[in-house]
Design a protein. Structure first.
Length: 293
């Protein structure tokens, strides 16, 4: 396929005008991105003979799907792709090592309660008791005191506080400052995996692709410490039917962790290894918009 019409002078001029390249106003970066994305879509429409009908069906689907775009993105691999791009950038800069990153997902909430060393996460739900704990270390294995370990996970029914109105404010969310031994510990209940909202746009899209919309039981982490690169990751609990079949592609082998029963409490032991920051911006998480609680 050669996209002859898209490559014609007429359409190239149209694309330049669409992206505002014929004026001196606006934001050059946005213009560059819009020019490229619209051009790539024109090419796809031409190459694949996307009909007018298909185009408008697609557009109306996206309009209806707007509230779920943050779920559709991981479902289509965009979140994992960004991880792979950041891994490659780290490799190029000689900054490999440490616990692997994986996707943040859309359900982090700022301002969760802060505790020193250990925390019992807010909950008003009965569930299977769980403790998630470990040591934050540098790459030589030395513990990092005063690291900030932010944890968030779903309820036993797969809901997240601040998104599922049946859950208390900051339920299953906490921020723990490691003790002098680099240790953190959170007492909570075992989260459940979850599926995309039934009847929603993500589910409808995945069905068209012959896919499911399930995630395995998992626990999210942000870890930050002075002098170290911010780490966004999550662990998947071993043994979940979806541990290696996550619709959001977040599973990484090093991030699959066993839950071991100790006197009726599931113990999830996860030590994390942090990489030295090169500059102060490395210590910060990405600037994506996030909900504040
Ligand atoms: Fe999650």
């Amino acid at each position: 396929m050669s996209a002859n019409i898209t490559n014609s002078g007429e359409i190239q001029t149209l694309l330049n005008n669409v992206a505002g390249l014929n004026n001196a106003d606006g934001d050059p970066r946005i213009k560059e991105i819009v020019r490229r994305i619209v051009s790539d879509l024109f090419t796809a429409i031409e190459d694949l003979d996307i009909t007018e009908s298909e185009f408008w069906h697609g557009l109306h689907f996206m309009q209806a799907a707007a509230p779920e775009l943050i779920l559709i993105a991981p479902g289509l691999g965009f979140d994992h792709f960004q991880d792979v791009l950041m891994d490659a950038a780290d490799e190029k800069a000689g900054q490999t090592g440490g616990t692997p990153r994986t996707i943040e997902g859309p359900l982090y909430v700022e301002n969760a309660p802060v505790s020193n060393g250990e925390a019992t996460l807010v909950s008003d739900e009965e569930g299977d008791p769980m403790q998630v704990f470990g040591v934050i270390k540098d790459e030589q294995g030395a513990p990092i005191a005063n690291a900030k370990v932010e944890i968030w996970h779903a309820s036993k029914d797969g809901g997240y506080s601040h998104f599922d109105p049946s859950l208390k404010e900051f339920a299953f969310r906490g921020s723990i400052i490691t003790n002098e031994h680099g240790e953190y510990r959170a007492t909570s209940i075992m989260p459940s995996g979850y599926a995309c909202p039934p009847g929603g746009s993500t589910e409808a899209m995945l069905k068209q692709l012959g896919r499911h919309g399930n995630r395995p039981a998992h626990i999210h982490f942000f870890v930050s410490a002075s002098g170290y690169k911010h780490l966004t990751t999550q662990i998947n609990i071993a043994g979940d039917p979806y541990t290696f079949d996550d619709f959001a592609f977040a599973t990484r082998d090093e991030l699959v962790v066993d839950a071991n029963d100790v006197d009726g409490v599931a113990h999830v032991n996860f030590d994390l290894s942090m990489v030295k920051a090169v500059d102060a911006s490395d210590e910060q998480r990405s600037g994506r918009p996030r909900m504040a609680g």
